[in-house]
Ligand binder design. Structure first.
Ligand code: HEM
Length: 208
């Protein structure tokens, strides 16, 4: 029980925190996306008074969901992973992996491959995760969107990540304008968790 509780806290703390930092930076750098997120939040508030969204209500924030997915695609908190072959295996590429051989793969690179995401892979585009009429999210298989890994040992916290990230992001974005301080350069740190190298310098002001 103690180990399980520790595991859940350790696995979910830096990963979700770093997701929110990349998301806030991407949103601050894309005013059109910010506008659409705010419109969606306001449309679902049912009145002007701010309150936290419950889990069912968060499911209706499909555009914000797409924005979180895009942040996770472009800046996966766990940027690389490895798996060990139980038996000698030939991969679809033709490469042979011997029994007990280890395959290291870059989740970061997979989120940026033209073959997977198309020619506009570098664009932060929440619409990528929406049905054509924009009313619901589309399912993209874990073997394409590898941020939470795939298969039997994939992340157990995927669903709760979206609840936490959407709850905090909607509260912050609806109540505050987050602007990146001019001249602050953003780049990823070389690290097991994809932090920002120099953090994110922002100016925060209350929205009117
Ligand atoms: C953005 C957030 C998160 C990302 C990107 C993420 C990513 C991952 C990845 C890539 C793995 C596979 C690790 C491996 O195979 O070596 C994993 C495993 C795991 N994650 Fe997450 N995770 C996130 C949030 C969470 C949260 C919030 C929790 C718990 C509340 C959690 C619990 C776990 C657990 C328990 C495992 C181990 C599963 C197993 O080995 O069967 N994760 N996660």
């Amino acid at each position: 029980m103690r180990d399980t509780a520790f595991n859940l806290i350790a696995a979910g703390r830096d990963t979700v925190t770093v997701t929110l930092v990349w998301l806030l930076w991407l949103v601050a750098s894309n005013p059109e996306v910010e506008k659409k997120i705010l419109e969606e939040i306001k449309a679902n508030l049912g009145g002007n008074r701010w309150r936290f969204f419950g889990v069912e209500e968060l499911n209706k924030l499909v555009y914000l969901h797409g924005a979180v997915c895009e942040a996770l695609r472009l800046y996966p908190p766990v940027p690389f992973e490895h798996r060990t072959a139980a038996e000698t295996e030939t991969l679809p590429s033709g490469h042979t992996v011997r029994k007990n051989g280890r395959v290291l793969f870059s989740i970061y690179s997979m989120g940026r491959m033209e073959e997977i995401w198309g020619g506009d892979w570098m664009v932060f585009r929440p619409e990528r995760w929406l049905s054509p009429d924009g009313s619901k999210n589309v399912h993209i298989p874990s073997y394409k969107f590898m941020t939470f890994a795939a298969g039997p040992r994939a992340c157990l916290g995927k669903k709760i990540t979206f609840v936490h990230a959407k709850q905090v992001a909607s509260a912050v974005l609806c109540n505050y304008k987050v602007e990146v301080v001019e001249g602050h350069r953003v780049s990823p740190a070389v690290s097991i968790v994809l932090f920002m190298k120099d953090g994110l310098n922002v100016r925060v002001s209350r929205r009117k």
